[in-house]
Design a protein around this ligand. Structure first.
Ligand SMILES: CC(C)(COP(=O)(O)OP(=O)(O)OC[C@H]1O[C@@H](n2cnc3c(N)ncnc32)[C@H](O)[C@@H]1OP(=O)(O)O)[C@@H](O)C(=O)NCCC(=O)NCCS
Length: 172
């Protein structure tokens, strides 16, 4: 599936949609959210990877962010989700609408094949995102500290909250 339509949004897979990499990266940088969102400095190239679960989000033909579903690095059978909404389009229910549509399609096997469980790792301090996950129906699994290597090759500790959602929980 390369397009998902909701009441107000159109999600287009980056496999077929034009490349919004630069635009997205400059939006996240301009909002000073690179480290807040990813935990460590992150390069633009990270957005240029194309895979079936990566969707650009449009509202009234305006590009408003992206939502993605990719393999969870820690658990091979799980998929992990992430979403970014450009600051001026926030608090209008777009993240909730987009994620529900993406997750619904994923659990129906329409995005990346069979998906039974979706996870999300959110920085402890990212209150909007934690609230979003709970609102969608994710369950908090655990809090943990994850070590990542920054651009100076130093280990940085990230305090994360991990959430999961199953097909059964989502369809309730
Ligand atoms: C988190 C984010 C995606 C929310 O996008 P959004 O379109 O503003 O969210 P919505 O309007 O759909 O809000 C849905 C729910 O999320 C929660 N939420 C969203 N923004 C919030 C905020 N600033 N404070 C508290 N709760 C918030 C609320 O529960 C909200 O429901 P409500 O409006 O009934 O209270 C957006 O703030 C963002 O892009 N942040 C930076 C990137 C990020 O952290 N992504 C998540 C990592 S997986």
């Amino acid at each position: 599936m390369t397009e998902i339509k909701t009441e107000r949004l159109l999600l287009k897979s980056t496999l077929t949609d034009i490349d919004r990499t630069k635009e997205m990266f400059s939006e996240i940088s301009a909002a000073n959210e690179i480290e807040a969102y990813f935990g460590i400095p992150t390069k633009e190239e990270i957005f240029s990877i194309k895979f079936p679960g990566f969707f650009n989000i449009y509202h009234n033909e305006q590009y408003i962010g992206y939502a993605a579903l990719h393999r969870d690095n820690n658990k091979t059978d799980d998929y992990e989700t992430e979403i970014y909404i450009i600051t001026r389009y926030r608090r209008q229910g777009f993240a909730e609408e987009a994620l529900k549509a993406l997750i619904g399609a994923a659990f129906c096997g329409e995005i990346v094949g069979k998906v039974d469980r979706i996870t999300s790792s959110v920085k402890q301090e990212n209150a909007p995102s934690r609230a979003l996950m709970l609102k969608i129906g994710f369950v908090q699994e655990k809090e943990c500290v994850c070590f990542v290597v920054n651009e100076h090759q130093k280990f940085v500790a990230l305090e994360l909250v991990q959430f999961y959602l199953t097909r059964e929980l989502f369809s309730r």
